[in-house]
Design a protein. Structure first.
Length: 186
């Protein structure tokens, strides 16, 4: 019963943010995004909470030249942690390798083209956290990202169980991107 209530609460507090060849990670920089934002890739039913796309907690280039920017890592009511950011294609060709981001979990139903393969690592607590799932097995994350067109920026979010309140930073991992250490707010 408590698990069902937690999942129901997760739907009400799920946030959605705005949107590499060298595998470099940049942490703590700030700047503005001049790319267009698209509603494509937002999970239907997800909250439209906006993050500040100019606030860059971390940024990395991954496979196919796609740039992942993390704009927010925030604790939510009910013991959840929501990571929000952007996936940007600065290239001149469409990127169709998004299925790699869905992960390889076989114990739950696949979430299709999504960021369900994301994980968080609490190095101090020595724990790995996976994206939360609803009772139907679908991720509490951005779904429906089948491609990222040239010049397009796609917002994403992924919701996890929150690490202990003493945890000040976590490692965020999304397949095809290097690990990024990001601060936790809240």
């Amino acid at each position: 019963m408590a698990a069902a209530m937690a999942v129901a609460l997760a739907f009400t507090v799920a946030g959605c943010g705005d949107s590499g060849k060298d595998n470099k990670t940049t942490v703590g920089s700030s700047g503005e995004s001049n790319s267009t934002s698209s509603a494509k890739g937002r999970q239907s039913g997800a909250s439209s909470t906006q993050t500040n796309p100019a606030a860059k907690l971390a940024e990395a280039a991954g496979g196919g030249g796609i740039v992942l920017t993390v704009n927010s890592v925030a604790r939510d009511a009910g013991g959840f942690l929501t990571v929000s950011g952007q996936l940007r294609n600065p290239g001149s060709k469409s990127f169709n390798g998004t299925s790699d981001w869905a992960g390889t979990e076989r114990d739950v139903l696949p979430s299709g083209d999504s960021v369900a393969g994301a994980t968080l690592i609490d190095k101090v607590g020595k724990k790995r956290y996976y994206v939360l799932r609803d009772t139907g097995g679908k991720c509490l994350c951005t779904m429906g990202i089948s491609s990222v067109e040239a010049g397009q920026t796609v917002p994403f979010f992924a919701q996890f169980p929150a690490p202990p309140t003493g945890t000040k930073d976590v490692d965020f991992q999304l397949p095809t991107f290097p690990t990024m250490t990001v601060p936790v707010s809240g």
